[in-house]
Design a protein around this ligand. Structure first.
Ligand SMILES: [Zn+2]
Length: 609
């Protein structure tokens, strides 16, 4: 029996005040208009395919093909999201589901009909293409995109080589797919009985819930042991799969002429490997406030031995409810450091119904910001009046403002930003809201709740991710050094890595070293998690100036920051951040998070003293 299925049911959508629902009519006024858009896109795709084989005709033709592609791309955004967003309003609606599936099919046809473009452009001598760009200012707009394509070329093989690699493609993903099957479909999660008498089957979702709500340590331990024993039962298989994932990366990296898996993984965004190395070195060196926080938790929770499963339960149980209408004005006020114009845009998001606020029957869970080029960003929320929901609102608005400013400042080709910068505006918005709410907190309980929320955010998004990135990098290096990869070797590495951050805070625990087996990102998106941490570091560095005391520094920092948002994807993410004053290759940038955490832990220590 699982208690996850709530007894209170969500309302039907029709009973929700329309002012709390999004207004999609800026995308298309109605389904008839959408049908017309769909048809236009369908025909456009056929026309576009006819450009194949024409690029060598000259710069004018190349420009024409780029522009045609842009027009279709913009239309595709609107056609896709109009169906997608309505599907998420109520996923039970079969008619809309059918339309959504039609769009997906059309978009895969769009992909197929553009597949010739890059290889054909790369057949042309780069000097000739550069001459065309010099002669035609309109074509020069595409310079960064074109140069990127040729840069990536450095690690593309000849025809025979590429053919061989593409043939190996399906076998390459088998290990990560097997991980997914083993850890979800085939996993047998045991049921535990809590001290309250409640019986719970400990899937990963339930595990997270129990760790963050159970006040009794033995209940948290029961959940933890149940989940970790599930992984423990197949630990040798997990190790073999992880070896498979890493061997595949090492194979591809070497085949493409990279000296390491890290170099291969970072090449796409032109990130220097030193960024990850600096992140890890500074994360290790800056673990003191992380330890102090856990030491404080240990004391407040009053446990004899502190364990990883004690790190999520709130120190003070909060029953505070946050009324959405009030929160709107807080968020607008909190953005004051970014200027009146920015605040006006945020107000516009609330007033012009960009946000679908409350849960209803059939609505998609979670939260996201959807970039709809040619219309506006939209936000899906399931606002439930908790502190988490308040910060999620600010977070998604951060993404939406990024989208808005990038879309209105950039041509379509550069309107999209990379993951490497994406979480900067969202976490910066949260950071500003935290400062505002701390300054206006009415009680000690509220301040403690806010500080804990902020600290847990840094611990979860920065420190825990750096630990994973640290483990991941060393595990890959073991593969690159031809060292054997076994369950024991991986667990020993994990234990060593964790110890470098946790120190001697943790009590004896034979299960903790197998944590690596339960992190899907390690198996499914290698070298991904470090980006959570680098985004967080970038935000901390920006906040040091934006939230600082010197008005001159502040104004300059805000200008640089807004330029970063406006820049979209018009350059490599490292360069964009550098222009905003954030250099991730410098230790100082990472230290900004450490300093931030240190200050927050000091405040929390004072509140709970
Ligand atoms: Zn986000």
């Amino acid at each position: 029996m699982s208690s996850a299925a709530a007894v209170t049911a969500a309302p039907e959508r029709s009973s929700i005040d329309p002012k709390y629902t999004w207004n999609l009519s800026t995308i298309f006024p109605d389904w008839d208009a959408w049908d017309e858009g769909f048809r236009a896109l369908d025909e456009g795709i056929t026309r576009y395919a006819a450009h194949e084989g024409t690029l060598a005709q000259g710069g004018e033709q190349l420009l024409r093909v780029y522009r045609d592609g842009d027009t279709l791309g913009q239309l595709a955004y609107r056609v896709y999201y109009y169906a997608m967003l309505q599907h998420d309003e109520d996923q039970r609606n079969n008619e809309i589901n059918a339309r959504k599936q039609r769009v997906s099919l059309l978009l895969s046809r769009w992909q197929q009909s553009t597949a010739w473009f890059n290889p054909e452009l790369l057949q042309l001598p780069v000097d000739q293409v550069r001459r065309w760009m010099d002669e035609l200012p309109d074509l020069a707009l595409y310079r960064f995109a074109i140069e990127e394509l040729f840069r990536q070329q450095a690690h593309v093989l000849d025809r025979a080589g590429e053919r061989l690699l593409s043939l190996s493609g399906p076998t390459g993903s088998t290990a990560s797919e097997a991980y997914s099957a083993l850890s979800t479909a085939d996993a047998r999660f045991p049921t535990v009985t809590l001290t309250t008498g409640e019986r719970v089957q400990v899937s990963y979702g339930q595990y997270r819930r129990l760790l963050s709500t159970c006040r009794a340590q033995e209940d948290r331990r029961a959940a933890y042991e149940a989940l970790y024993d599930t992984y423990g039962a197949s630990l040798n298989t997990y190790a073999t799969l992880y070896n498979g994932v890493m061997q595949q990366e090492w194979f591809t990296a070497r085949a493409r002429g990279f000296s390491s898996t890290l170099e291969a993984a970072l090449f796409g965004n032109a990130i220097p490997p030193a960024v990850v190395e600096t992140l890890i070195a500074e994360g290790r060196a800056g673990s003191a406030p992380f330890r102090r926080y856990h030491a404080l938790r240990k004391r407040v929770l009053g446990v004899e031995h502190y364990h990883v499963y004690d790190s999520l339960v709130p120190l003070v149980a909060s029953h505070e409810q946050y009324d959405y209408d009030t929160v709107q004005s807080w968020i607008v006020d909190a953005m004051a450091p970014l200027g009146a114009e920015y605040q006006a845009r945020v107000r516009q998001a609330f007033e012009q119904r960009w946000i679908d606020v409350f849960e209803n029957q059939g609505k998609r869970s979670g939260a996201y910001s959807a970039p709809v080029y040619g219309a506006q960003p939209y936000i899906l929320m399931n606002y439930n009046a908790t502190l988490d929901a308040v910060f999620t609102t600010a977070h998604e608005l951060g993404h939406s403002m990024h989208t808005l400013l990038a879309h209105e400042s950039q041509p379509f080709v550069y309107s999209d930003y990379t993951i490497f910068v994406a979480e900067v505006p969202s976490t910066l918005a949260e950071s500003l809201l935290l400062d505002y709410m701390l300054a206006h907190a009415r009680s000690r309980e509220e301040r403690v709740g806010l500080l804990e929320h902020a600290i847990d955010n840094i611990v979860g998004t920065f420190y825990n991710q750096v630990i994973f990135a640290d483990f991941e990098l060393e595990a890959h290096r073991m593969v690159e050094r031809d060292e054997p990869i076994t369950a024991d070797a991986l667990s020993a590495l994990y234990a060593r890595t964790a110890q470098a951050y946790w120190g001697d805070i943790l009590g004896p625990d034979e299960r903790m070293p197998r944590t690596w087996a339960r992190i899907p990102h390690l198996f499914q998106s290698p070298y991904y998690v470090y980006q959570y941490a680098t985004c967080f570091a970038s935000t901390a560095r920006l906040m040091r100036d934006i939230g600082g005391a010197d008005p001159v520094v502040r104004t300059a920092a805000v200008d640089r920051y807004l330029s970063l948002l406006r820049a979209g994807g018009s350059d490599h993410p490292m360069r964009l951040l550098q222009r905003a004053g954030v250099d991730l290759s410098q230790p100082d940038t990472v230290r900004a998070v450490v300093t931030q955490l240190d200050a927050l832990v000091t405040q929390l220590e004072a509140e709970v003293a």
